[in-house]
Design a protein around this ligand. Sequence first.
Ligand code: ACO
Length: 325
Amino acid sequence: MSRYSRILGTGSCLPPTVVGNDELAARLARDGIDTSDAWIVERTGIRQRYFADPGTSSVDLGEQAARRALDAAGLMATDVDLIICATSTPDMIFPSNAALIQGRLGASGSAVFDVQAVCAGFVYALAIADQFIRGGLARRALVIGAEVFSSILDFKDRTTCVLFGDGAGAVVLGASDAPGVLATALHGDGSQASILCTPGRVRDGAVSGTPFLHMDGQAVFKQAVHVLERVAREVLDKAGRSAADVDWMVPHQANIRIMLHTARKLGIPPERVVQTVAEHGNTSAASIPLALDVAVRSGQVRRGDTLLLEAVGGGLTWGAALLDY
Ligand code: ACO
């Protein structure tokens, strides 16, 4: 058994269509819905998002992100013995996105399953893969976050449809004697399910209940800033480190106000926060690995840097991971 798991490579994929705030506002105006670039930027920091066309799925995006992460790690798909995909917008009810991606990669034999923890899904999946590797159940894992949230957005609800985008990110995690993932923490509170949910389900050949995302934005905001600070401190304590040791915070890119508010409470300056929400919007489980890949490829995040990952999502679910990259 290895003492640690560590990130060997990262990858990401965005669909080709960029939709800026003005373009989205014009589209909504055709249905009598009023919004503006100024409102969206001021409340969320989002300037644009990427939307997949109807023929592009979360498996399509996840497969590309996985291939790029494997390339960056210098590995083949057959070198991996665990594939986890974090998603709330899977291609099918079953089999899992992880199984479908494995089929496309030609990596039969590895364990495959999805994690459904909404925006906290990637942190959940990373923590699970870390435990698999440290427990000796796997030596190399592909951990993917892949979403097409545009497919569950109600474009007549301006309070939600301006927030989200589509995309995928992935990391390859491998067994290592040196750090690595230092600490993880996961939590949930199912009594808050109704403040952020997509309640529809398939029944008798049709969707029963609404298949659109519903959110009480202010309730989510209040919970988010509270639990994110707490869980970030929990992983720092577990690892015997302090916020001053964090080179880069890589938060779930929900909303610039939540991200910077949490950083401020932790004493992490904004210039140490990886920020891609302006370009990507909120891509749910894909947002952290997407942001990480952008930061790695731009040279922002370097080998040896200490990273604090944190996320909150529907459930509610929340979690954090502290790692040496
Ligand atoms: N364009 C213009 N006006 C809007 C829009 C819009 N897109 N959406 C809402 N408004 C209006 C409202 O109708 C309201 O108008 P009123 O005062 O006439 O009633 C006004 O703007 C203010 O609405 P609030 O809901 O009070 O706006 P708030 O300041 O709370 O901002 C937001 C809304 C951005 C959703 C905020 O609550 C928030 O950030 N919540 C956190 C939720 C979040 O980030 N969710 C992401 C998914 S969950 C996750 O990833 C963790």
